[in-house]
Design a protein around this ligand. Structure first.
Ligand code: DHE
Length: 794
């Protein structure tokens, strides 16, 4: 109390003195009074009197040529000083509460923004730093800096940060839409740096906060921050051209602002820079626009949506992309992100120029894609061999139930491979960027769906298994399933098929023997939680019930699981179950009563009780679950569990699935096991196996991309072993053979690099030793063993 009174007395005295000074001098002088205080669990300068009164680490406005006096009153909490290292200014130390010190200096002409600190001990790291900013210095005419329209706005610090597109990757308080989670969160960066420099982990050249930030901007790989939203920060993600993009003045302003965080955010808000004028989208030539439109549809719409409303990937509508700007967008497109965005540039799919064209395209409104009618579908429908002309029994003596149907993604084909001897039995043309295959209930027929919505029907009983029919049902599809029910309500074995489309958003029911489409059901409807109309609710995974004539259809954007009863297929009854937004992939639990589906962007697994036809639970999980169909196994402690891999967090998570035997653990994550990295798409096991296998195919690190790991079921908290499957490409998707003794892993190579197009590596599941390599396959990805796919064994 006594000290506070002393401070108050000194403040009054100094205020009086400064007002006297003000009367006798030119307006080119100013004085600021600061004291020291505790703030937000650290220390801070606290403004005293005038416009900075009560503001922590206030921005001190100055003018070039002005004479400034700074007075520091020790308000307690140890020794302090006031210092501006860039101007060689440092007051004497004040050790006792109430003790004052001051520094007077002239503001140089060539500064725009500069930092002040308390350089005693680690007071700066604890929060004692702020900004000295020249008033009236506009940030220059930004309009010709680059063609990002945000640059043409009000020219403040927020505009500068938007010019670099920093907010696309970083959380930056005070800057509109700066909520990116690709790079480190910068909310308190100004407070962290000194500690980091002193910690010994730092690998760059900086010795103070300003130099650290400058280096981080112009030479981002000199030191990688330890954490990027829960994952290790990866080299190469941040563009290296900010040194060219920003002028020296601009760079200094951005650095000064970041150094002053979080307090500088409040000041930005006070300055009225909380809104930016988006301006117009960048202009593309007709040729550029057509290229970007087609390429977006082929490569990007799967995750971001044809109308770009987002799902597996974030929304890319102009209200978001204009704020991100061309630089940030093209960097993300080129380099990918640790959370699963592919590195299209690094992989060689796009040149730097093409990524910029795509970045500009994304700042324009998305073009409206066409619908597809039943007539159009029927026009594309072809039956090559009519059902009556097909074999009545297998025409070969191969063990066709142990065939693997392998997606050759970029070839637009599937390979049918004999699982007993690894011979490629046939390679069949299917759809563009072919995605998955599912089998009919007997296993005799294979249904393969391409991203172009083309469905191919393959008969495995033919002497040389081949395509017997095909049809196109939409422009963009991911899923297909068959009717598997045979029971009191009828025998639907090999009778129907269903295709789920991304665009147009609908599903189509077809004759299972001929692929003649007979029913289209639109999925356009209302989001389950807010009842808002959604123009593009895409059909994600579809699974067939073994106990009812029903398909489980997952409608991604409205968050509904539809139970579609096909017993009266022209008049299907549909039960719509409210689940969670962003439903994607999933599979049955071991009893095949509960359907477990990842709501990936919601970080949750929805559990559907297919027997009672209701939602059983929403299970919160680590970030971005992506299970494929998941993995069922018996946990030594918690009994039956179902595990998911994750695109976001570097873990696998296991959920209890036994409400009868283990009610306390049912529908909760009972275990997580850490992986060396995130970006995992698939996990797999088999009832006969002691292991759970998992990939990390979308990890940005090229070693981890081709590494797989196994976890022992008897010691499930940790990895048993990880290894590289190849010296090129990516290791993706595991599948067991029929009896669960071998595991096949795809090496997803490069279609245009002979010798590295891709292969399948076969492992002995018991010993984890390599058994065979099936070479020279073109970009193999998913593999579907006939027996396991029919019976949903995973
Ligand atoms: Fe897939 C399953 C969607 C990218 C390989 N993928 C699925 C399913 C969906 C889906 C909805 C579930 C189908 C089902 O069970 O009925 N996939 C999508 C996308 O939207 C996404 C993210 C982006 C895109 O543009 O398509 C996408 N998928 C990929 C790939 O890049 C993969 C790795 C290689 C490829 O084929 O292009 C890929 N997806 C697979 C595989 C499955 C799959 C192998 C089936 C896993 C299983 O074991 O059942």
């Amino acid at each position: 109390m006594k000290n506070k009174l002393i401070v108050l007395f000194l403040v009054v005295l100094l205020t009086l003195l400064s007002s006297c000074i003000g009367k006798n001098t030119e307006i080119s002088t100013a004085e600021y009074i600061l004291t020291t205080d505790i703030h937000d669990g650290g220390l801070a300068f606290l403004g005293v009197s005038g416009e900075i009164n009560g503001i922590y680490n206030p921005k001190l406005s100055v003018e070039p040529g002005q004479t400034i006096t700074i007075t520091l009153i020790n308000g307690g909490y140890g020794d302090h000083n006031f210092s501006i290292p860039a101007l060689n200014i440092e007051t004497k130390l004040v050790s006792d509460k109430g003790e004052t010190t001051s520094a007077t200096f002239t503001v140089p002409d060539d500064i725009h923004a500069i930092e002040y600190y308390d350089t005693v001990d680690n007071n700066a790291a604890l929060g004692m730093h702020g900004l000295l900013v020249t008033t009236g210095t506009a940030v220059g005419d930004l309009s010709d800096a680059m063609d990002n329209p945000v640059n043409q706005t009000n020219g403040g610090t927020a505009s500068l940060i938007q010019k670099g597109g920093c907010g696309a990757c970083h959380i930056i308080p005070g800057v509109p839409n700066a909520i990116g989670t690709i790079g480190p969160d910068l909310s308190t960066i100004g407070k962290l740096i000194i500690d980091r420099i002193q910690s010994g982990e730092y690998t760059g050249d900086a010795e103070d906060i300003e130099a650290y930030l400058r280096e981080a901007i112009v030479a981002p790989d000199a030191f990688l921050a330890p954490e990027c939203s829960g994952a290790p920060c990866m080299p190469g993600l941040m563009p290296k051209n900010f040194g060219e993009l920003y002028t020296e003045e601009e760079l200094a302003e951005v650095v000064a602002f970041l150094a002053g965080l979080p307090e500088s955010a409040d000041q930005l808000a006070l300055s009225g820079e909380s809104q930016l004028d988006l301006g117009d989208a960048p202009v593309l030539t007709d040729q550029e626009f057509d290229w970007a439109k087609q390429t977006f549809f082929e490569r990007c719409a799967g995750c971001h949506g044809t109308l770009r409303n987002g799902a597996t990937g974030p929304a890319l509508t102009p209200d978001k992309t204009l704020l991100m700007g061309t630089t940030a967008l093209s960097s993300i497109i080129f380099n990918g992100t640790p959370r699963g965005m592919p590195d299209w540039g690094l992989q060689g799919f796009f040149t730097q120029g093409q990524t910029e064209v795509m970045a500009k395209f994304l700042q324009n409104a998305p073009p409206e894609p066409p619908e597809m009618s039943m007539d159009q579908m029927k026009d594309s429908w072809q039956v090559f061999i009519a059902p009556k002309d097909r074999p009545a029994a297998p025409e070969h003596d191969r063990n066709w139930e142990n065939f693997f149907v392998v997606t050759l993604r970029d070839a637009g084909q599937v390979a049918i491979i004999d699982g007993d001897n690894y011979e490629v039995v046939n390679t069949v043309d299917t759809g563009y960027a072919v995605h998955i295959s599912r089998m009919s209930a007997t296993g005799r027929y294979v249904y393969t769906i391409g991203r172009d919505g083309k469905l191919a029907l393959i008969d495995l009983w033919m002497e040389v298994p081949d395509k017997v029919a095909e049809v196109q049902l939409c422009y963009d599809a991911r899923s297909v399933e068959t009717s598997k029910y045979n029971g009191p309500e009828g025998d639907f074995t090999d009778k129907y098929a269903i295709v789920g489309c991304y665009w147009p958003p609908h599903f189509v029911m077809l004759d299972g023997q001929t692929l003649e489409p007979f029913k289209i059901v639109s999925t356009r409807s209302y989001t389950y939680n807010t009842e808002e109309y959604h123009p593009e609710p895409r059909v994600a995974s579809i699974l067939a019930s073994h106990f009812k004539p029903e398909w489980i259809v997952n409608v991604k954007e409205t968050g509904q699981v539809w139970l579609v009863n096909y017993s009266d297929p022209l008049n299907p009854s549909i039960k719509m179950i409210e689940a969670e937004l962003f439903l994607h992939d999933g599979g049955w639990d071991s009893t095949q009563r509960y359907f477990m589906v990842a709501a990936n962007q919601s970080n949750a697994i929805a559990v559907i009780d297919a027997q009672e036809e209701k939602l059983a639970a929403i299970v919160e999980t680590p970030a971005l679950p992506h299970p494929g169909r998941g993995a069922n196994w018996i946990d030594p402690e918690y009994g039956p569990v179902w595990s998911s891999s994750h695109l976001g967090d570097p873990v696998i998570s296991s959920i209890g699935t036994d409400p009868e035997g283990h009610p306390d653990q049912a529908w909760t994550v009972v275990r997580t096991a850490e992986l060396p990295g995130g970006g995992s798409l698939f996990i797999k096991t088999h009832p006969n196996s002691q292991w759970i296998w998992v990939d990390m195919v979308l990890n940005p690190d090229e070693i981890l991309q081709r590494t797989i790991c196994v976890i022992a079921k008897e010691n499930p908290d940790q990895i048993h072993k990880c290894w590289e499957v190849s010296d090129y490409g990516r290791a993706v998707h595991m599948e067991y053979n029929m009896d669960g003794t071998e595991v096949w892993v795809s090496v997803w190579g490069f279609a245009d690099k002979p010798g590295q197009t891709g292969e399948i590596v076969v492992y002995n599941d018991a010993t984890l030793e390599e058994v065979a390599r099936i070479k020279d396959l073109v970009t193999p990805t998913g593999k579907f063993n006939v027996y396991n796919t029919v019976h949903d064994i995973y």
